[in-house]
Write a protein that binds this ligand. Structure first.
Ligand code: MEV
Length: 438
């Protein structure tokens, strides 16, 4: 077991690696070499990455891929996608190509309201607290004007502060439930700074409020923090076409395809076991764009799954229907994204990704990202109800298996050819490699 270490963050990068090698890798030079191999030779660039977080000792690569042919609101986009899963980008590209000849994707931002809360304890008469709040509300807002000034210039700011009585759930528990417009910023720092200021002002003002008794004057702030649940920061995307323009095979007509597709989505609407995987597939597309554009995919994930459970049961984020021979497939979900602040002007690849998307504002990025999720879901369901998922998945995974077995370029060429007409399974790949090498 490694010993307790203090002051680790103060060590140089070389000394951190030395410490790791000694206590975790038995001084194995290979471990050190692996870490060093991934350093960037451009020292300035490496330093930029080192300073993103504490204790950076190397870089962790993910593929930066692109999916072309996305027609969104009549404009063509090439989407940047950062994801390791072999088949995701191919699936997105395939869906984009399919829909670009059928009117493309339509997308629309429905609302952009963000939320933050000050959670506090107040021991006393709740009507008195309500009176205090109505007097002090404008003071809370003005006390944060040094924070909100710039945001207001850009068209955003604090929308409202509401006092919420939560004492039926926890004794003496109240909230300032605050709503914000953060325009093109994701807004986490802005919201948290405002909330902390509201909390401070409220505590000070309570101490001086003449109607409060002694315990009532002592409001205790438990915490001030934004919420990643943003059901009023919503975007919708959809595709639709005549049923006869849907895929068909010898065993499945376009109409049968449409009905099977709708039924597959319906299953995800009623069955949580399926809904989680269904939505996971949606997040394959969403996270890939979110990550490539320097946004916080954990926040997006948490918010999306909470939204999928908004009616008390976890359900699909997409919906499909047939009406008057028209097939429509849509997605609605919250996406609190930013195109300024955070990594957006720091990480060279994030800057490039935003350039690739022609420098979208936050609303446009919400639309593009929702489309990525819908396209991914379309591709997944299309495979699931026709060939099954493994055919495409294993084709893309073939290269990973070949690399795992350190296949040479020559071996790869022969095996890729072989698997054009044979089903890819891990066993079959191993058998074929062994055969080649025998
Ligand atoms: C795999 O990453 C995602 C899928 O399982 C999604 C789905 O089942 O809809 C293919």
């Amino acid at each position: 077991m490694a010993p307790v270490v203090s002051g680790f963050s103060k060590l140089s990068k070389a000394d951190k690696i030395k410490w790791l090698a000694k206590h975790h890798f038995n001084d194995d030079q290979n471990a050190v070499d692996t870490l060093v191999t991934y350093w960037n030779s451009d020292e300035g660039l490496q330093q930029l990455h080192d300073e993103f977080t504490e204790n950076t000792i190397s870089n962790y690569y993910l593929p930066f891929s692109v999916a072309p042919n996305f027609l969104i609101n009549d404009k063509r986009y090439t989407l940047p996608m950062t994801i390791e899963e072999s088949s995701v980008v191919a699936a997105a590209s395939k869906a984009a190509k399919f829909w670009q000849t059928r009117g493309g994707f339509k997308a629309e931002v429905l609302s952009t309201i963000k939320v933050g809360q000050v959670h506090f304890t107040y021991v006393g008469n709740s009507e008195k607290l309500q009176q205090f709040f109505s007097i002090v509300k404008s003071k809370l807002l003005t006390s944060a004007s040094h924070i909100t000034k710039n945001m207001e210039k850009r068209g955003g700011g604090v929308i409202d502060i509401e006092l919420r009585d939560k004492t039926t759930e926890i004794d003496n528990y109240y909230q300032l439930h605050c709503t914000f417009e953060t325009v093109d910023a994701m807004g986490a720092n802005f919201i948290n700074s405002c909330l902390e200021q509201f909390a401070k002002t409220m505590v000070t003002e309570a101490k001086e409020y003449h109607s409060f008794s002694t315990p009532e004057k002592d409001i205790e702030i438990i915490m001030s923090i934004l919420s990643n649940y943003v059901p009023q920061c919503l975007v919708k995307a959809s595709v639709s076409c005549d049923i006869k323009d849907l895929p068909s095979t010898t065993s499945l007509s376009s109409l049968q395809y449409a009905k099977k597709f709708v039924r597959a989505v319906r299953i995800a609407e009623v069955e949580p076991y399926r809904a989680v995987t269904h939505n996971k597939g949606i997040m394959n597309g969403i996270d890939a764009v979110v990550l490539a554009t320097g946004n916080d995919f954990r926040a997006i994930e948490a918010g999306a799954h909470a939204y999928a459970s908004r009616n008390g049961k976890y359900t699909s984020l997409t919906h499909a229907e047939i009406q008057n021979d028209i097939f429509t497939f849509s997605i609605k979900l919250p996406l609190a994204l930013g195109t300024v602040g955070g990594l957006t002007s720091l990480h060279p690849l994030v800057k490039l990704a935003l350039q690739l998307l022609e420098k979208p504002n936050a609303k446009k990025l919400m639309e593009i990202t929702a489309v990525a999720g819908l396209a991914q879901n379309f591709a997944a369901i299309n495979s699931l109800i026709t060939t099954g998922i493994q055919q495409g998945h294993m084709k893309m995974h073939l290269m990973n298996i070949l690399n795992q077995f350190k296949a040479t370029e020559g071996e790869k060429k022969q095996l890729i050819k072989y698997f054009e007409t044979n089903a890819v399974t891990h066993n079959e790949v191993v058998t074929q490699i062994e055969k080649l090498r025998a």
